[in-house]
Design a protein around this ligand. Structure first.
Ligand code: FAD
Length: 492
């Protein structure tokens, strides 16, 4: 047993009091704070341990948002598309198919987009088509996320460099949070707390059940340290790999040997730059030793990797290090086991939820990426009140999490959490008893399409029905006919 040191009890200052306290300013937390303010909440605090917003997205250089559309329709909108509408005014800040190109099966349009990872669909059962997957410049997004908060500065107080250490819980209800900072340990009291830390830092210290057993064959158990490389001709690299199917393996195999973990170059919004995504692990992004190993392992190999690419990869002859992400990439650790736990079956069968808060096309190939419904209960913890948990620690099993913790789902569940918190505060209700129809109405007003809602274009549902909700794949048939065999499926 480890040695124990007993800390003395102490009184701490109440630094602030608010209606809604959002902890974590990543895709989920930033969206929650903005959505709450736009839904009418006037007394919101946002705590963030680093000096900027975006989390993995801006700090971890995760610069690609996949599958915002299905066939020719846009299902993921709201704050997620607002990021790109805003960034489209900045030259060179975003890249993604738009307008008539979306859903196109025209060979010329496919040829244009196929170098861009996930910009063309990938199931065998139907012809390839163009998908709106958006690439962006992370530092430009960092600036834009600040601007969105500044527009709401009357309603949102942002405190950076504050690390939430523990929830304040009384009678199984969260009443606030204790944080650490250069000013010491202090408290913030709140009517509703939103845990958007990504690792359930808060819910894990309440009675709420959670799991931390992601399947070792999923990407969720891997950490990363992303870096960008410039002076590259990415299209030349891609076309060469297309011409010679063994070329990619001849690059990725030795790179993996060098790092000891999978690592590969992927495109960015700039045709002359790549990001090196990597998958280290299984590593746990809540464990100090694994976090340190991730940082040191990758940085130690960056020069060797670029040198190898210069000598061996078409298009990389003049490659140079551009920059290294300011923070490590965390994919998944603790997962909420909330009022509803999402599973692979939610992708393999068409499930409708009365409390739907997001209707998302995802990267899941079981249903050809058709939109699936995410219920409010997937961000609602069991056994504790006044707490909502959107983002990459969403309630799901250890496999489905791989398709649910991507940026669009983190933004979407964050936006819904913010609106739900605002409605609960306005109505003086609990988050468990919140008026879900009101939440859904406000989400639709905030440009979030929801199924069966009178304010949403029926063409979205008609398209799903016409195409059987994507359930024409071999995997969907397997799920229906042989559930045991289906349970072994892991997305490559
Ligand atoms: C390398 C990598 C590649 C990926 N590739 C893709 C991809 O191509 N496309 C895609 O859509 N998704 C991808 N993902 C997943 C996606 O980026 C994340 O799941 C998503 O961005 C998580 O958003 P979040 O807000 O839930 O969590 P985070 O981004 O982790 O945000 C949590 C925020 O909370 C803050 N925080 C944490 N703990 C505390 C605390 N105790 N107190 C105060 N603040 C705290 C953090 O600093 C951070 O700002 C990838 C992830 C990684 C790591």
């Amino acid at each position: 047993m480890s040695k124990i040191f007993m800390e003395e009890a102490r009184s701490i200052e109440v630094f602030d009091e608010c209606d809604i306290l959002v902890v974590g300013g990543g895709a989920a937390g930033h969206s929650a704070a903005i959505a709450a303010a736009r839904a009418g909440a006037k007394n919101i605090v946002l705590l963030e341990r680093y000096g900027y917003m975006g989390g993995d997205v801006t700090g971890g250089y995760v610069i690609m948002v996949p599958n915002l559309t299905w066939l020719n329709q846009s299902y993921v909108r709201g704050l997620q598309e607002e990021w790109f509408t805003r960034l489209s005014n900045i030259p060179g800040a975003v890249l993604g198919a738009e307008g008539d190109e979306i859903g196109s099966t025209d060979p010329d349009v496919i040829h244009k987009w196929e170098p861009i990872w996930d910009a063309v669909s990938r199931v065998e059962e139907v012809p390839k088509r163009v998908v709106r997957s958006v690439y962006f410049e992370p530092n430009q997004l960092k600036i834009e996320l600040d601007k969105m908060l500044l527009e709401e500065k009357e309603n949102i107080r942002v405190y950076c460099h504050t690390w939430a250490a523990a929830p304040i819980v009384e009678n199984d209800a969260v009443k606030g949070v204790i944080f650490e900072s250069k000013e010491g340990r202090k408290a913030i009291l709140a009517k509703v707390v939103i845990d958007a830390t990504g690792d359930g830092d808060l819910f894990a210290q309440t009675k709420a059940p959670y799991a931390a057993d992601s399947d070792a064959d999923t990407r969720s158990t891997n950490t990363a340290m992303v870096f960008r490389v410039c002076n590259v001709d990415y299209e030349a690299f891609f076309r060469n790999n297309q011409k010679d199917p063994s070329a990619f393996g001849k690059i990725v195999g030795p790179l993996k040997g060098m790092l000891g973990h999978l690592i590969m170059p992927l495109p960015t919004q700039d045709p002359n730059m790549v990001w090196f995504n990597n998958w280290l692990g299984p590593f746990d992004c809540t464990k100090v030793k694994d976090l340190t190993a991730t940082e040191m392992l990758v940085r130690d190999k960056i020069r060797d990797i670029i040198d190898f690419m210069r000598k061996n990869a078409v298009g990389f002859e003049n490659a140079e290090l551009y920059d290294i992400a300011p923070q490590l990439g965390a994919r998944c650790s603790r997962r909420l086991q909330g009022e509803y736990v999402m599973t692979m079956s939610d992708f393999a069968f068409h499930r409708e939820f009365d409390d739907v808060i997001a209707w998302h096309s995802t990267i899941c190939r079981i249903n050809d990426s058709a939109p699936i419904e995410i219920p409010y209960r997937a961000i609602l913890p069991r056994g504790v009140e006044n707490l909502l948990c959107p983002g990459r620690h969403i309630s799901s099993d250890n496999v489905a999490i791989d398709w649910l913790n991507l940026i669009p789902q983190c933004v979407g569940t964050g936006q819904a959490a913010g609106v739900a918190a605002a409605v609960a505060v306005t109505d003086n209700s609990t988050v468990h008893d919140v008026n879900i129809e009101r939440v859904q109405d406000i989400l639709v007003e905030q440009d979030v399409p929801l199924p069966r809602h009178a304010g949403v274009d029926p063409a979205l549902t008609e398209l799903c029905e016409e195409h059987k909700y994507g359930l024409y794949t071999k995997l969907a048939k397997l799920a229906a006919e042989d559930p045991e065999e289906f349970a072994k499926y892991r997305q490559p």
